[in-house]
Design a protein around this ligand. Structure first.
Ligand code: ZN
Ligand code: ZN
Length: 181
């Protein structure tokens, strides 16, 4: 029983930490995850699973850090459980990036995954197509709060600041032009 609890804690709290303390902040304010995980020039099977590019590995490591922290704490409940949680988390990383190599989830597995709100490769594929949707690495119930957090903090985002400074530059350029006419 304690094995199961420890494994579940790693997956549930690890995904919670990774989504709200790494993934969403990266989408809002940083470039590492966007340049590596959302690089459209490469297949994301390649990016997430087989690449040895140090930046891609760094993004993967930082995303995994919350799971590792929770696993260290959960090892007090059961260390085999904590290790199983980490292993399942890693298997899920590989699995959720298999759509580029042709994975199609069978109906029965889709039905089970929907009950437990588990992210399917097809769901995560949606995040690679549109980086503003389908948050939560392992569990789908983190998607709605993650998108709410994104929307709430959008005014502080890099994209917004860049748009504002572009607009400011354009308007300062226009002012002297108007003065001469
Ligand atoms: Zn991905
Ligand atoms: Zn992302």
């Amino acid at each position: 029983m304690s094995v199961l609890v420890a494994a579940l804690l790693v997956l549930l709290l690890g995904d919670l930490g990774s989504t709200f303390f790494y993934h969403v902040p990266q989408h809002l304010w940083f470039t590492l995850h966007m340049r590596t995980h959302h690089d459209r020039r490469r297949s994301f099977w390649d990016q997430a699973v087989i690449s040895l590019d140090p930046w891609i590995l760094l993004d993967g490591f930082l995303g995994a850090l919350p799971y590792i922290v929770v696993a260290i704490l959960a090892s007090r409940i059961s260390w085999p459980g904590a290790l199983i949680g980490l292993a399942l988390g890693q298997l899920h990383v590989w699995w959720r990036h298999t759509t580029p190599i042709g994975w199609v989830t069978p109906k029965w597995l889709r039905a089970i995954s929907r009950v437990f709100q588990i992210v399917l490769p097809e769901d995560h594929d949606g995040h690679h197509r549109n980086p503003n949707v389908e948050f939560g690495d392992i569990f789908r119930f983190y998607d709605a709060p993650a998108r709410a957090m994104l929307a709430w903090l959008a005014p502080t985002s890099r994209a917004n600041r860049r748009a504002l400074s572009r607009r400011a530059k354009r308007s300062t350029r226009r002012v002297p032009a108007r003065g001469t006419t």
